[in-house]
Design a protein around this ligand. Structure first.
Ligand code: ADP
Length: 645
């Protein structure tokens, strides 16, 4: 597996990864803010420039009106003043643009005629000044009866170098604005006229109320004394598009900020998950490295996809050499290639052994070893079967231990057999004595016949037959003993169980007779053959029968009965050995089978333990229960067709 980068590396990398987006985000916000500020500034600069040009234009326009009116007022002469109707006609043409009254004053500055009619005489100062200067003069502003601020222009009229009168034009400052300011200008500005102290004398705008921006003031003197023309832009409601743009920019910035934050959070979560994964991975790696069991994964085609270090150590090939390798594998034993391939194919077909099984593998150095293998389907996170996972244990040591235990068991069994035979020696000697004694007496009889000259060959032949029979009997006894004592490998051979029971019973019968025990056999006819080791099974039967004989030493002679039975029940072969001894207390029933448990002074305590091992090696069971008629009943249960031990 590829190692994950360390957390220190990734923390450093993270710092650098975050620097760039942070920088980009900062620049983005700065450029958006600058853009908004520049737009705002350009707008305000533009509106300021518009305001100033509007104000200048208005001042020029008003000044032009005033100038024009001055000239036209100067056109009125004494002749018109003398005729009120002519005066009125002339004056009417002059009214407008704020000029709402025209007066004629005589050379003494007294009111002669006025249009519209006006009873009050204006103060003579301005007229006098005008006469003195010989040019139109504007009065101070003043309020009239209607509380409107007024300014009057006094135009001296001379004829032949002599002043004949003064034409006075009275302006209403409010009307000047209302009538002279074009609508488009009043639409976007508040326009006013203020005095020196800043007091508003007249004010005009098409828009009744509205927020104003910073205004612009221009001296308006003349016509007024210390008057100023003041214009202030009416703040236009911001353009929908511009507003929309600004709002979208702000929203966009917020969105970028939010996504930046969300991204960061997401990254943090990922980092935490990555850290947890890294720790988990390190733990798994450590676990894998310290594992003594080999692990191997194969895909559905048998190609190795993973091996752990323990497996590599076991076989001697590295993970790089094994991963990606299709069969045959380098650790297969050449001599068993076909069998290995067949097993491999069976496993891939899903037909492999369900339990663990032992198999021979080869190390790189050529050593062949036993491996205990467990195969299981490899299922991925989606529940798909993607291959096979095997756990492999090097069973060499286990095999050796088993072998050693087996050898020890065998030696023990051989010793037990010798001991048994030793114990039986006197009985056997007695048994052998009979045929030998018979042979001896038959031989003596024959010799006597020959010595007496009776050489009836027919008779001699009959005696020799008997001698041969007795010799064969002795030979059988010796062979049985030899076969029993001989140490041999456990075999799996067809075994006639009735014959075996009878043979062992024959062997024990000598002992039984010696001990005044009656031995009865109840062997069902036609018992099936079983597979097994007849010597070992014989030893188990012999042990049980001898124990039974020994157990009845205290039993009254008439009751000493040993019954050996064999029958088939529910597909199993049952052999029971029943005695009329003291029986076995339930508390001892388990102890009996433990090694070296004995109640006999000369006993070894291995008999029952060996019996049970032998029966279990034949996949059978050995149990003990009270004999219904008193004593103990040992039962061997063997499966029919039991596999070899
Ligand atoms: P050993 O015969 O050398 O004592 P065994 O393992 O054959 O060793 O027997 C262990 C003990 O079990 C015997 O000492 C005896 O006490 C008891 N035992 C065995 N068979 C019988 C039996 N048929 N009846 C009563 N006790 C028995």
């Amino acid at each position: 597996m590829r190692p994950l980068p360390s957390s220190v590396d990734s923390a450093q990398a993270n710092r650098w990864i975050w620097l760039l987006p942070r920088l980009a985000f900062g620049l983005f916000i700065a450029s958006v803010a600058t853009q908004l500020w520049l737009t705002e500034k350009a707008d305000s600069d533009e509106s300021r420039a518009t305001l100033i040009s509007d104000a200048l234009w208005l001042e020029q326009s008003l000044r032009f009106n005033f100038k024009h009116n001055e000239e036209r007022l100067a056109d009125i002469g004494p002749a018109q003043a003398a005729d009120p109707r002519r005066f009125e006609a002339h004056a009417r043409t002059l009214l407008g643009n704020g000029l709402h009254r025209v007066l004629w004053l005589d050379y003494r500055y007294r009111l002669v005629v006025s249009h519209p009619a006006y009873p009050l005489e204006p103060a003579p100062d301005a007229s006098m000044l005008a006469a003195a200067l010989g040019r139109p003069v504007y009065s101070q502003h003043y309020r009239d009866a209607s509380d409107d601020w007024q300014v009057s222009v006094h135009v001296p009229i001379t004829e032949a170098g002599r002043q004949v009168g003064t034409v006075v034009g009275i302006y209403s400052l409010r009307q000047v604005l209302e009538q002279s300011v074009p609508w488009w200008l009043a639409q976007r500005n508040h326009i006013g006229i203020t005095d020196l102290s800043g007091q508003s004398l007249a004010r005009y705008s098409k828009v009744a109320e509205g927020e104003t921006g910073p205004g612009h003031r221009i001296d308006f003197d003349p016509p007024g004394h210390g008057l100023s023309l003041w214009t202030a832009p009416i703040r236009q409601p911001a353009q929908i598009l511009g507003k929309f743009l600004s709002i979208s920019l702000v929203l966009l910035s917020l969105l970028v900020l939010w996504s930046f934050w969300a991204l960061r959070r997401h990254m943090q979560h990922r980092q935490e998950a990555e850290q947890a994964l890294r720790e988990h991975y390190a733990f798994r790696q450590a676990m894998e490295d310290s594992l003594q069991t080999g692990l191997r994964a194969r895909d559905l085609d048998g190609v190795i996809t993973y091996v752990n270090p323990a497996f590599c150590r076991m076989v001697g090939w590295s993970a790089e050499e094994l991963v990606g390798r299709p069969p045959p594998m380098p650790y297969w034993v050449e001599a068993e290639m076909d069998a290995t391939r067949a097993l491999h194919d069976r496993i891939l077909a899903g037909d492999g052994p369900k339990q663990g099984f032992e198999f021979r593998f080869k190390r790189r150095d050529g050593e062949v070893f036993w491996a205990l293998i467990h195969e299981a389907p490899l299922v991925d996170a989606q529940g798909r079967h993607t291959g096979w996972m095997s756990s492999i244990i090097d069973a060499t040591a286990q095999k050796q231990a088993e072998e050693l235990a087996h050898q020890q068991q065998e030696r023990l069994q051989a010793t037990a057999r010798l001991v048994t035979m030793g114990e039986m020696a006197s009985s056997l000697a007695h048994e052998l004595n009979q045929p030998l004694a018979a042979i001896s007496s038959y031989t003596t009889g024959t010799l006597n016949l020959i010595d007496s000259g009776r050489t009836d060959l027919h008779e001699i032949r009959g005696v020799l037959d008997k001698i041969r029979e007795q010799a064969q009997r002795a030979g059988r006894i010796i062979r049985r003993i030899y076969e029993f004592v001989r140490r041999a490998e456990p075999k799996s051979e067809p075994c006639n169980i009735s014959k075996l029971i009878n043979e062992i019973a024959d062997l024990v019968e000598v002992d039984a007779r010696h001990n005044k025990v009656e031995l009865t056999r109840s062997i069902a006819a036609g018992l099936p053959q079983i597979r097994g080791d007849r010597v070992l099974l014989g030893q188990a039967l012999l042990n049980l029968m001898r124990n039974a004989v020994e157990a009845m030493q205290e039993t009254p002679q008439a009751l000493r009965l040993l019954t050996v039975s064999a029958w088939v029940d529910e597909g199993q072969l049952l052999i029971s050995i029943a005695d009329r001894g003291p029986g076995i207390p339930a508390t001892q029933a388990v102890q009996l089978f433990e090694p070296f448990y004995t109640t006999k002074a000369e006993g070894m305590g291995m008999g029952l333990n060996i019996c049970r091992s032998i029966v279990e090696a034949h996949q059978g069971r050995l149990g003990v229960e009270p004999n219904p008629g008193g004593g103990s009943l040992f039962t061997i249960t063997l499966p029919l067709g039991a596999p070899a031990p």
